[in-house]
Design a protein around this ligand. Structure first.
Ligand code: E4P
Length: 215
């Protein structure tokens, strides 16, 4: 499974990239707003750090405007993927952009039916939001399982990005379901990394090693 980081913060992207496990980055308007800097310049900086798909979202409502915005973003770097919301206009834009060879990440997916339409429109990626779905009393991981069943039955080129991840169990469940990608916030990546028994084990080995006679 590929691992993306879900942030627009350059420091966090640099740090996680240095671990050697990072395959891409997703941003969204809220994450961009937190950085308080020029959007396109920030996307360009992210592309310099990570050599993989970098999602940047269009804000227009009409398909034709989304396409104009997307072309501008796609010109920043060959790795830019255009995030398009799951609406009727978004579907039209996805089809137009995909036909032009511009990869689309269809975002805010909350049902298997939406996922199917996004695949049909040619989306390279779809982003079902598991955490936000859990928040309204639904089962985010069941949604992933339904989408994976559909993808297993046909030969769409679409990859599933499990998004809105809240804890490491979301990540391991996604991996067990064969989801292609998980986009993970920095704090969840750190939680995946840490384990108290690892820390205790290291301390015990260090303490015992100190007792070994040295030449
Ligand atoms: C996906 O690409 C989104 O940026 C993201 O995962 C949103 O998740 P949130 O529910 O944590 O805002």
């Amino acid at each position: 499974m590929k691992i993306f980081i879900d942030t627009a913060n350059l420091e966090k992207i640099r740090e996680v990239n240095s671990w050697g496990i990072l395959d891409g980055v997703t941003t969204n308007p809220s994450l961009i707003a937190k950085e308080n800097t020029d959007f396109e310049a920030l996307v360009g900086e992210i592309c310099k750090i990570v050599n993989g798909p970098i999602s940047a979202e269009v804000m227009s409502v009409k398909a034709s405007d989304m396409v104009v915005e997307a072309r501008k973003l796609a010109a920043i770097n060959k790795n830019v993927v255009i995030k398009v919301p799951m609406t009727e206009e978004g579907l039209k834009a996805t089809k137009m952009l995909s036909d032009e060879g511009i990869p689309v990440n269809m975002t805010l997916v909350f049902s298997a039916a939406q996922a199917l339409l996004a695949c049909k429109a040619g989306a390279k990626y779809i982003s079902p939001f598991v955490g936000r779905f859990d928040d309204v009393g639904e089962d985010g991981m069941r949604l992933i399982s339904e989408i994976m069943d559909i993808l297993d039955s046909y030969d769409f080129d679409t990859e599933v990005i499990v998004a809105s991840i809240r804890h490491p169990i979301h990540v391991t469940q996604a991996a067990r379901m064969g989801a292609h990608i998980a986009t993970i916030p920095y704090d969840v990546l750190k939680k995946m990394f840490n384990h108290p028994l690892t820390d205790i084990g290291i301390k015990r080995f260090q303490d015992d090693w100190a007792k070994v006679p040295k030449k």
